[in-house]
Write a protein that binds this ligand. Structure first.
Ligand SMILES: O=C(O)COP(=O)(O)O
Ligand SMILES: [Mg+2]
Length: 214
């Protein structure tokens, strides 16, 4: 039995359209132009605070407005669910892994409240007895502490991290945990640039990769 921990945005769920809609509500309140999807994706990965800072800078809004922008963003984030989709094959892969007796966890930079809200909305909550959000601990990814804490909460056994981004690859590397890279998410650089044990495009391949690398 292994400890298999997942990233959330860009790994299990394609949430960028909802993040974009939430962001655009904030920008509209600031009388600023909306984000397109590619711009939104380029700001995802380091949590809500960094997302809002990048969005403010991109629209040349004063730093003094950032706290208000973050407050509005977090207010909308919890309800950002309707445009989000599970990536193909995710549910089956989670069922297979759980059925094989692996312990599954979630370690995301999304704040814990919206992370838990979207897990519930997607019916994924029962798979994940351990959930760590970007604001759950004093440090967030790429610091290894949240990933290590998530693993520790799940017990003993070989560990694996599954994610989509540069941040995830660095986190796993620093934690000394093998990293499986989902190629279909919000990565900014080529697959070869990210340290990883294996990469995959289809979640049907995941159970075999876990067996091979745990
Ligand atoms: O909220 C973010 O910026 C990224 O979230 P993730 O860690 O689940 O990819
Ligand atoms: Mg991600």
């Amino acid at each position: 039995m292994a400890i298999v921990v997942f990233d959330l945005d860009g790994t299990l769920i394609d949430s960028a359209p909802d993040i974009r809609a939430t962001a655009n509500d904030v920008l509209s309140a600031m009388d600023a132009a909306p984000l397109d999807l590619a711009e939104t994706i380029s700001f995802i990965g380091n949590g809500a605070g960094v997302f809002v800072r990048k969005m403010r800078e991109a629209r040349h809004l004063p730093e003094a407005r950032e706290a208000e922008m973050l407050r509005l963003f977090l207010e909308g984030y919890e309800n950002a669910k309707d445009l989000t989709q599970l990536y193909s094959g995710v549910l089956d892969a989670l069922k297979v892994l759980q059925g094989q007796g692996h312990a599954l966890g979630l370690c995301t930079n999304k704040p814990e409240v919206p992370a838990r809200a979207i897990l519930k909305h997607m019916g994924l909550e029962p798979f994940f007895p351990a959930v760590t959000g970007g604001d759950s601990l004093p440090l967030r990814k790429p610091d290894p502490a949240p990933l290590l804490a998530t693993c520790d909460a799940l017990g003993d056994g070989p560990r694996i991290y599954v994610g989509d981004s540069e941040v995830d690859a660095e986190t796993a590397d620093r934690a000394g945990i093998p990293f499986l890279l989902f190629e279909g998410g919000y990565r900014k650089r080529p697959v070869a640039d990210l340290p990883h044990a294996a990469s995959f495009t289809d979640f049907a391949a995941l159970p075999d990769l876990v067996a091979a690398h745990a």
